[in-house]
Write a new protein. Structure first.
Length: 143
């Protein structure tokens, strides 16, 4: 088996460049549609039936993901350092919620034909590390 050609199109550029801003936004829209229906995740968003809350959340997630994936540092520019773990401390991020979050993302990726399968796998792997890092509670009662 030969190693992939480092100059092949699917390996060039940052994840942000390989996904593209339009496909990233579509992915996040699919993702939050999943989150809104998930029994473990939806309760984390008070007033989640209000579509304006989802739009704010989507905009912040897009800004974060842009920089996280090697694109423009929109979150830094608009909100400062993401301090991701600290921003999530008010919420019980249990292992079950982290898994549910990843399942929503995996489902959204599977329904994103505009994102190359290899790129989707690379993104999912990176987000798996983030989800694991975000776990701040093991208490089953707080799920």
């Amino acid at each position: 088996m030969t190693a992939p050609n480092p100059l092949s199109p699917e390996l060039r550029g940052t994840l942000y460049e390989r996904i593209g801003p339009a496909a990233l936004r579509s992915l996040l829209e699919r993702f939050y549609a999943q989150v809104a229906r998930d029994e473990l995740l939806a309760p984390v968003f008070p007033g989640s039936r209000d579509s304006s809350l989802w739009q704010v959340t989507l905009a912040k997630q897009f800004a974060f993901m842009s920089g996280f994936l090697g694109g423009p540092p929109l979150y830094h520019q608009q909100y400062g350092n993401p301090m991701l773990r600290a921003r999530h401390l008010p919420f019980a991020v249990t292992p079950a919620r982290a898994r549910a979050w990843l399942e929503c993302m995996q489902n959204a990726l599977q329904h994103s034909p505009e994102i190359d399968a290899g790129v989707a796998a690379e993104l999912y792997t990176a987000l798996g590390r983030v989800a694991l890092h975000m776990v701040n509670s093991g208490e089953a009662g707080r799920e």
